[in-house]
Ligand binder design. Structure first.
Ligand code: BG6
Length: 516
């Protein structure tokens, strides 16, 4: 039988994405419907779902926010947002018209109980007129300080459960500001909703390449046997961004890189790399294993936290031929701000598989380029044979790099003989690129996540114990930093790879950061 080419062959990842069964008709209520996230991500994701996997007939969106819009005005805004941010353009008029006929707007203050009663009436009307069957998703996309009140008022209006159908709630990040507030938020949510109704979103889990971490590890016989302390020297996880604050000073000043990126996205990447194979690909089994990794993290506290982390803050610098301001010169940032825009840390997963293998994590804003990658560096073979034989060239360690974004793909670095009459060795790469292998655009993370929520699959959402375990680890670092002097925040010039202290930090271990 002829072999199928890579282009024709089914992509296990994409297959996983296909609708196992179509979602039932439902209504999605977006709190904070006039905000940035709704425009940039949620509405374009829903439109793309409508375009690709036809959303169920009758699917409806209700924007719930303070500004005085009519349904028609909100539809116009939705059109503009989709026109600008949809990954598929131009807009398909027929799909848009059918999608737009299900868009509604409800103007209300979040503090006003009457608004929730009106919402109840509108949802009941949509059940009758559009056949949404009592199925509801509430999406919290407001500033997090509003979450408790919205949740409590939904409960008071009896909207936390449906008489028929199902009710789910999606909660945007940040989920809490520290361990205590995350626990408190969980308590508030779970007073009104049951855990199985709650979908805590971390958009990194919706990225195809992030889901592929488990496929790569578990669907291939050759990688998993070496995925442990016997063969792995260390792991580096890098989430570099070239952007700065993007007008989000109020939020970022309170968050900093550790809350914005490490507590959620980077902890998720770490758990997927380090977890044991789950007994099945379902919400309980996968999340059970991820939580075990978080519980196995060696705590970083006090002096130990200071020794194993580096904080940085960018100063003015050149990026792509443009002088960009330093963090404290950004509008809305205090001139004496002690917020970190860069963090590097070394963590250990104290379990049978990973004992003594360092995981180096780093993330920062205003770094030279946008790149997210996970590099698994392997131990080197004994070198005396090569030394005795006086072979030229350097023998570098093997590295598997999972490139999460951009240029999504995987590469394996290994030594090869340089062609010629001499015995000379050089490192080369074996590369896989998503783009050229599958020739299909990747869906946006929010498309996958919204669809999964409609289908009732919470595998790619964060469970209560998971979010708290991640905060428990981060809290030790936050406490240590709170006691440390301002000088422990190292400046780095925008457009460079972070503070010198971060280089010295890894050199101490005889290693160096990759230059992605
Ligand atoms: C968000 C952070 O969660 O993730 C932002 O709040 C960050 O600060 C963004 O820029 C990065 O996401 P992505 O998908 O562009 O890597």
């Amino acid at each position: 039988m002829p072999q199928r080419s890579a282009v024709e062959a089914p992509n296990p990842l994409r297959e996983g994405l296909r609708i196992k069964h179509s979602p039932e008709p439902c209504a999605m209520v977006i709190f904070g419907a006039t905000g940035d996230l709704t425009h940039r991500k949620l509405l374009p994701a829903l439109y793309n779902l409508a375009l690709e996997h036809p959303l169920p007939a009758g699917f409806s969106v209700i924007g719930f926010a303070r500004r005085p819009y009519t349904d028609e005005q909100f539809r116009e805004q939705a059109f503009e947002a989709i026109n600008e941010y949809s990954r598929q353009k131009p807009i398909n008029q027929q799909v848009w018209e059918s999608f737009a006929s299900g868009i509604f707007y409800l103007q209300s203050d979040f503090h006003n109980q009457a608004g929730y009663e009106k919402l109840n009436a509108l949802l009941n009307r949509l059940d009758r007129e559009r056949g949404t069957g009592g199925n509801r998703i509430f999406y919290l996309s407001t500033p997090p300080s509003q979450y408790p009140e919205i949740i409590q008022r939904l409960g008071a209006a009896g909207l936390n459960k449906s008489r028929k159908g199902w009710t789910r709630i999606i909660i945007e990040k940040p989920f809490g500001h520290d361990l205590a507030s995350a626990r408190e938020l969980n308590r508030q949510v779970l007073r009104v909703f049951k855990e199985e109704q709650v979908y805590r979103i971390d958009h990194y889990l919706g990225k195809e390449t992030v889901q592929n971490i488990l496929v790569f590890r578990l669907a291939n016989g050759i990688f998993e046997p070496v995925w442990n302390r016997r063969y792995v020297d260390h792991v580096q996880i890098t989430v570099a961004e070239n952007i700065g604050l993007e007008g989000r000073a109020a939020y970022y000043e309170e968050a900093g890189a550790i809350r914005d990126m490490v507590q959620n996205h980077m902890m998720q990447l770490l758990t997927l790399v380090a977890m044991e194979p789950p007994i099945a690909f379902d919400a309980t089994a996968v999340r059970d294993e991820k939580v075990k990794v978080l519980h196995a993290l060696q705590p970083l506290q006090g002096q130990n936290a200071l020794l194993n982390t580096v904080r940085g803050q960018y100063t003015a610098g050149w990026m792509n031929g443009r002088l960009v301001p330093g963090y404290t010169e950004e509008p809305g940032v205090r001139p004496d701000s002690g917020t970190e825009t860069y963090v590097a840390l070394k963590v250990f997963v104290d379990n049978w598989r990973w004992a003594d293998v360092p995981f180096y994590l780093r993330t920062g804003k205003r770094l030279p380029k946008r790149v997210t990658e996970i590099a698994i560096q392997f131990k080197q073979p004994p070198s005396m044979f090569w030394q005795r034989s006086n072979i030229q060239g350097q023998i570098d360690p093997n590295v598997i790099v999972l490139r999460i974004q951009p240029d999504e793909g995987i590469s394996l670095r290994f030594g090869a003989k340089v062609p010629g009459t001499e015995m000379q060795i050089r490192s080369v790469n074996m590369d896989f690129f998503y783009g050229s292998s599958f020739m299909r655009p990747q869906p946006e993370a929010y498309e996958r996540l919204l669809l999964d929520c409609m289908l009732g699959d919470s595998t790619l959402f964060t469970r209560r114990d998971e979010v708290e375990a991640a905060w428990e680890f981060i809290q030790g670092i936050l406490d240590a930093w709170a006691e440390a002097p301002r000088e422990t925040i190292h400046p780095y010039e925008a457009g460079t790879w972070g503070p010198q202290a971060a280089d010295e930090f890894i050199w101490r271990d005889g290693r160096r950061w990759r230059r992605p």
